[in-house]
Design a protein. Structure first.
Length: 526
């Protein structure tokens, strides 16, 4: 990534001028969308987010340099305002750093890079960010194995529109720079956030998302979620940012809200635990969303269905071998053989919070988690990481029937109104102690399992249920189980047993959830 200087400006001059022109129009449209109220923006059911009135937008904003909406594409047009525990300039710095941006939003941004920095003529220096443009590429993801990653190429502009008010605005440049319009599957119309400085430690943020995308390859059950703002819309971005800033504040606070007796744990050890947990959860996101066709993966696949009739659901288990020198995940050495099983399930009429509450109940952990072996888990360390109940990093220990110490489990729970995640991994006690005492956590190898719960945002009556079963909106539960297989050389009989075991474990998880929340249906969401 480099700034465009005098010499490079001659070679990129036309492109830079075009991007500056494009970004200027995007900023004007974004500002108009920020200032307008009804009828441009209408309250969504429940009032959690505002929805863009598409007809009003077309009548008011079009024609424009961005062209009309694409025929056959769906639109996510949402707006949400809230307070964020962060200084405005610090937040601007986060958004204008591609690597930091993807780290702050790991549940949304799979990868991000900035290939060019442009400082618009007449703007302040690039160090102040005012007037700076970034040409960026990003993979945007929904935490479900059944929603494809969206690749976007866009220009991001930062502008102080009024004293103490910063606009960070994105607009896609696909079709303008290189990719033919016919091949575009996702496009950002002017979107982003307006950040308003306050006199306290907070800033006011208004997030606007205006995205059009082709959902032809998305399973229809997920369409209401994608159009609600809770998948990749304004609600998802803003609540994720609020939770991250709360987490950051707690991490740098000497007195940490402890949910259990943490003994003599020092701030450094606490910080190390947070870092390891964050890395583990990011790894789970990658597992949940990355395509199975990656070149560094080879696999055998096994699938089976559990249950009877409308209660049947499918579990897929795969054997993956990671090869050297081909971009394998950081957590896996070349030659490692990993068993991975997954299943996405839809629970019509069962709120996400109900499933989340059951999974976080340590007294009932043994019902669904094979590591606990039908027994409660004991909480050795637990730190809150946010204001919403349940957000925490914990070190748990399984209870052993013979009185000996059970297994250690590192767990992170991340919850907001748009998504709930429970990520966990077994830990080797000696390795953990060494890492904590010496301050080095990079050597800890984690292979996370976990569950992601998303609201389905469906209408109160579901066509998948019987005519008499009018239910409230439900949720999607995606479960991932991973374990490393220590078998050399590979033996097909061993693999078959391992796949069957993994499939049965996930069938048990889903069955226990269904029974615990009194669900009438557990529908395979794929």
């Amino acid at each position: 990534m480099r700034a465009v200087g005098e010499g490079s400006a001659r070679s990129h001059g036309d492109t830079n001028a075009m991007l500056i022109h494009f970004a200027s129009h995007a900023l004007n449209e974004f500002w108009a969308l920020f200032c307008l109220g009804t009828p441009m923006w209408l309250p969504a059911p429940g009032g959690e987010v505002e929805m863009l009135n598409l007809q009003q937008y077309i009548n008011t904003m079009l024609p424009s340099v961005f062209g009309p909406y694409r025929v056959g594409f769906s639109v996510d047009g949402t707006r949400k305002t809230g307070d964020v525990m962060c200084a405005a300039r610090n937040l601007v710095g986060i958004l204008m750093d591609a690597a930091l941006w993807s780290d702050v939003f790991p549940g949304i941004v799979g990868s991000a890079s900035a290939s060019r920095i442009i400082v618009a003529p007449g703007s302040a220096s690039s160090s102040s960010q005012n007037g700076t443009l970034l040409l960026m590429d990003a993979d945007l993801r929904v935490l479900s194995p059944r929603v494809p990653i969206r690749k976007v190429k866009f220009v991001r502009q930062c502008q102080e529109v009024q004293p103490g008010k910063w606009a960070v605005v994105d607009v896609s440049v696909d079709g303008v720079l290189s990719v033919p319009p016919a091949h575009i599957t996702c496009r950002l119309r002017p979107s982003g956030c307006l950040i308003e400085e306050r006199n306290d430690s907070f800033c006011k943020v208004t997030w606007i998302m205006n995205m059009e995308y082709n959902d032809a390859n998305v399973f229809p059950l997920y369409h209401p979620l994608l159009r609600s703002g809770k998948a990749l819309g304004a609600c998802r971005w803003l609540v994720s940012l609020q939770r991250y800033c709360e987490h950051l504040d707690i991490l740098h606070t000497y007195t940490v809200p402890a949910l259990s007796n943490t003994g003599d744990i020092t701030p450094i050890v606490r910080k190390n635990i947070f870092e390891v947990a964050h890395r583990m959860t990011k790894s789970l996101y990658e597992v949940m969303c990355v395509p199975w066709s990656q070149p560094w993966r080879t696999y055998n696949e096994w699938s089976s269905e559990c249950g009877i009739g409308v209660k049947r659901f499918k579990v897929v288990a795969r054997i993956l071998t990671f090869s050297a020198g081909s971009g394998a995940p950081r957590e896996q050495a070349a030659g490692a053989i990993v068993l991975r099983a997954s299943t996405p399930i839809w629970f019509p009429g069962i709120p996400a919070q109900q499933v989340f509450g059951y999974l976080c109940d340590e007294k009932r952990r043994g019902e669904w988690d094979s590591l606990a072996n039908d027994a409660p888990v004991l909480q050795e360390v637990c730190f809150a990481t946010g204001k919403l109940p349940g957000n925490a990093v914990s070190v748990l220990r399984t209870a052993a029937s013979d009185g000996t110490k059970g297994k250690l489990i590192l767990q992170e729970v991340c919850a907001d109104t748009s998504c709930m995640v429970l990520a966990y991994s077994t830990l080797d006690e000696q390795s953990l102690q060494h890492a904590m005492n010496n301050g080095g956590t990079a050597s800890l190898s984690l292979l996370p399992s976990g569950l992601v719960i998303l609201p389905d945002c469906a209408s109160p009556v579901s066509a998948a249920c019987s005519s008499s079963a009018a239910v409230n909106a439900g949720c999607f539960v995606s479960a991932i189980y991973q374990t490393q297989l220590n078998v050399q050389p590979p033996e097909e009989l061993f693999f078959e047993d391992a796949r069957n075991n993994a499939g049965n474990l996930l069938c048990r998880v889903i069955s226990k959830i269904k029974d615990a929340v009194h669900a009438n249906f557990a529908v395979h969401a794929a």
